[in-house]
Design a protein around this ligand. Structure first.
Ligand code: ZN
Length: 275
């Protein structure tokens, strides 16, 4: 059996020992130095969920354990011999605590609640996607300090003769981002990136590039680019550093959501136990 599997099977027994035999052991298991000496690992055996930094998430197993009312996750950074001495050390540790090692090969049975959660996963997935994209829009809209008012926006509509910048239709016009304000296109919320569009063009263009959307309509493309130049708007396009930061922000929103979802689930599971 791989050491990771072996550790996982015995986590509950170790935390049970902390709860019933020696509460101070729980504090020691959160100490990196103690964990290094006891298990030859480079992370603390366990860490409170609230203290795990976003970049550390991959260093801990997903399962949350409630110890003395504190939700914790156990580190996943275990290595097999010969690279590491963790396996014999972990066996010795279990022996010291009088825990009979659990070597059972079967997976823990999945609870009905866990199955229900898994079935709900895809809905949660799309909801968090909306939050992630909203956060990216928010970041992109804050680049620079350009402010504009309603009069300036009206002036832009006049520049386009009160017509849709894409098809020329008059009537009900909305504010349209020429370069989409998302993590791939990196458009900004600045006057030079805003044109009036009819609702139909606004929804059919969606996240497409304006040049592809307008295909051979070179006059309309030229008018939009003249508008960008007039307002000193230079699209970011290929700034790799910005792209990486936006990508990181996008991922962090999901991790933040996962972290709080886990805290809430642990809290609710604790309440279930009491009833
Ligand atoms: Zn239109």
């Amino acid at each position: 059996m791989k050491i990771g599997q072996f550790v996982k099977r015995n986590i509950s027994a170790i935390f049970q020992y902390c709860k019933t035999s020696d509460p101070s052991e729980f504090a020691r298991l959160q100490d990196p130095q103690y964990s290094k000496e006891t298990f030859d690992i480079n992370y603390p055996f366990c860490k409170p969920v609230s203290k795990i930094a976003p970049e550390e998430h991959i260093r801990f197993y997903n399962a949350i354990h409630d110890v003395h009312g504190i939700p914790v996750r156990v580190t996943s950074q275990w290595f097999n011999p010969p690279t590491s001495k963790s396996l014999p050390l972990f066996r010795r540790y279990l022996a010291k605590l009088n825990i009979a090692p659990d070597l059972s090969p079967q997976e823990a049975p999945t609870s009905i609640a866990a199955k229900e959660r898994a079935a709900r996963g895809r809905y949660r997935g799309s909801a968090i996607g909306i939050a992630q994209n909203a956060f990216v829009r928010h970041l992109l809209s804050r680049i620079g300090d350009e402010q504009f008012n309603a009069d300036q926006w009206q002036a832009v509509i006049s520049d386009f003769d009160q017509r849709c910048a894409y098809c020329g239709a008059a009537g009900d016009l909305v504010m349209e981002h020429v370069i989409p304000i998302n993590r791939t296109a990196l458009g900004e919320h600045r006057l030079g990136n805003l044109v009036p569009a009819c609702r139909s063009c606004n929804s059919t263009k969606a996240d497409q590039d304006y040049r592809a959307f307008l295909a051979h309509e070179t006059d309309r493309i030229a008018a939009i680019e003249a508008h960008m130049a007039k307002h000193d708007y230079v699209p970011i396009r290929d700034n790799q550093r910005l792209r990486q930061i936006i990508e990181l922000a996008h991922q962090d929103v999901r991790q933040l959501a996962d972290r709080y979802a886990a805290i809430v689930e642990t809290m609710l599971a604790g309440e279930e136990d009491k009833t």
